[in-house]
Design a binder for this molecule. Structure first.
Ligand SMILES: O=C(O)COP(=O)(O)O
Ligand SMILES: [Mg+2]
Length: 235
């Protein structure tokens, strides 16, 4: 395995975003006079994008008898306010996982093309990587609303492969959920799954990724087959 193009899922793979996603959601619910939700439950809803998370939160409240939460259109009506709360919380309580910067540095130094492929809407995904200083590692960020489809549709992977002239053998997806595994399978590319992310309430191992990694440092081995590029100074 010596991929030249490596695509990274964002939430649960590069950055632990669950705390601020539940902070933003609960800030919205409190502002609307609705009951707040246990962060552990919110964490289990991450993976399909922010709007979908809001839909699930409202369904959860409706099932518990909260009036108005189950009204058709409730999620769309609340989405602009949720977006404002989320933007205000983005990058505050989230943390980049250990070794991420060191690995991305090494991969870039060895000439790998790196992209983010997230189901989080582009503006939020961009804000998360920007606020954590990760932006310059990536040549492209595809969010859940960048293209007509999102994961598990293989469109995002195919788009990157076309753009960077990579075939299935020279592409790798690194993700944390069964959605990522399904996306990679649909595109015919290998998938390495991280063990520490968000996969609803089950271990991602059940989705049978090609490899399960226990630490981000495992990705250092992807640099073993390429000589480091000469650094070109701009000064
Ligand atoms: O925001 C989400 O729900 C998921 O985002 P991810 O695809 O980066 O895990
Ligand atoms: Mg994820």
């Amino acid at each position: 395995m010596n991929p030249s193009l490596i695509l990274f899922d964002l939430d649960g793979t590069l950055v632990d975003t669950a705390p601020e996603i539940s902070d933003a959601l609960n800030a919205l619910l409190a502002a609307e006079g609705l009951p707040t939700i246990d962060p552990a439950l919110v964490r289990s809803w991450i993976g399909n994008g922010t709007r979908e998370l809001l839909v699930r939160a409202l369904q959860h409240l409706a099932l518990r008898g909260v009036r108005d939460a189950g009204e058709p259109g409730a999620a769309d009506a609340l989405m602009p306010a949720f977006g404002m709360h989320y933007m205000a919380h983005c990058g505050r309580a989230s943390r980049v996982y250990p070794q991420v910067e060191a690995v991305l540095d090494a991969l870039r130094e060895h000439g790998k093309r790196l992209c983010v492929l997230s189901n989080k809407e582009e503006r939020f995904a961009f804000t998360v990587i920007e606020r954590h200083g990760l932006r310059d590692y990536f040549e492209l960020l595809i969010g859940g609303d960048t293209l007509p489809t999102k994961k598990p549709d293989p469109g995002g992977i195919r788009h990157c492969m076309r753009l960077f002239g990579a075939d299935a053998e020279s592409t790798l997806l690194v993700g944390d959920s069964e959605i990522d595994v399904a996306t990679a399978r649909a595109a015919g590319v290998p998938i390495w799954a991280v063990s520490w992310g968000y996969n609803h309430d089950r271990p991602v191992a059940v989705a049978q990724p090609d490899r399960l990694i226990q630490s981000f440092g495992a990705l250092f081995e992807l640099t073993a087959l390429d000589a480091p590029r000469e650094r070109v100074s701009t000064y």
